[in-house]
Design a protein around this ligand. Structure first.
Ligand code: TMP
Length: 233
């Protein structure tokens, strides 16, 4: 995938803070006037959101076998890639996804212990050449993850798993980051939200320098009331 239009994914276990960080990055890009699209997995399309409901909350999901789960995640992904992600990137719109294929490698491959070759093949079938330019993994221990899951939102099927499951998830993300250091950056997700956002932004501008230039010129505009009035973002 050409790095001219970045495709960025966020990963990590439950409670790692990625959804907050995705929102913060979106706000930052908006303030810089960068065209972008936010999406998530599973979901992001009408078909994908129906699959999400089945995977996470539908009572029928209770007896789901790991193989069925794997195929449903891949089905949601193959639709999202073709309906949303590729067309956006082709139009020069940056895509930010809350989870993508690394989640399947980690959750269904490592944590559910399905064959890694099968997971790799199905991931490849679903994404084709649509591989992220940058993946941010927010690393949190299972205790922190568990504590952050204790909030009033609807608990999903995956959140019923024991701590060992989340330890496998964490280990697998760390291994992936070691295996693919050019694409995957591991960031400590236990730190304060602002510090995490700053670290993410530093990583992003080091990878996509044109955003650093936009950021500098918007800082100058903010320091200079006249240009701020001309460009009131
Ligand atoms: P989240 O969007 O709130 O993080 O929830 C998505 C859940 O689905 C989370 O438990 C991780 C899980 N998941 C997988 O197990 N495999 C996948 O491929 C994806 C995208 C998510």
């Amino acid at each position: 995938m050409a790095a001219a239009t970045p495709f960025i994914t966020f990963e990590g276990s439950e409670g790692c803070g990625k959804s907050t960080q995705v929102q913060r990055l979106a706000a930052q890009l908006e303030s810089l006037g960068v065209p972008f699209l936010l999406t998530r997995e599973p979901g992001g399309t009408a078909i994908g959101e129906t699959i999400r409901e089945l995977l996470q909350f539908a009572p029928q999901g209770k007896g789901m076998f790991p193989e069925t789960e794997l195929l449903l995640f891949e089905a949601s992904r193959s639709q999202l890639v073709r309906e949303i992600i590729k067309p956006a990137l082709e139009k020069g719109i940056c895509v930010i996804s809350d989870r993508f294929f690394d989640s399947t490698t980690v959750y269904q491959g490592a944590a559910r212990k399905l064959s890694s070759e099968t997971v790799e093949k199905l991931n490849a079938l679903a994404v084709g050449d649509c591989v992220p330019d940058l993946t941010i993994v927010l690393d949190v221990d299972s205790k922190t993850a568990r504590a952050r899951m204790q909030n009033p939102r609807r608990p999903d099927r995956m959140e019923q798993e024991p701590d060992e499951f989340y330890e496998s998830v964490r280990r697998a993300y760390r291994d992936l980051a070691k295996r693919e250091p050019n694409r995957i950056v591991l960031i400590d997700g236990t730190k304060a939200t602002d510090g995490v956002s700053e670290e993410i932004w530093r990583v992003i501008v080091s990878r996509f320098p044109s955003w650093a230039e936009r950021s500098r010129s918007s800082d100058t505009a903010a320091d200079n009331p006249q240009s701020a009035i001309r460009n009131p973002r």
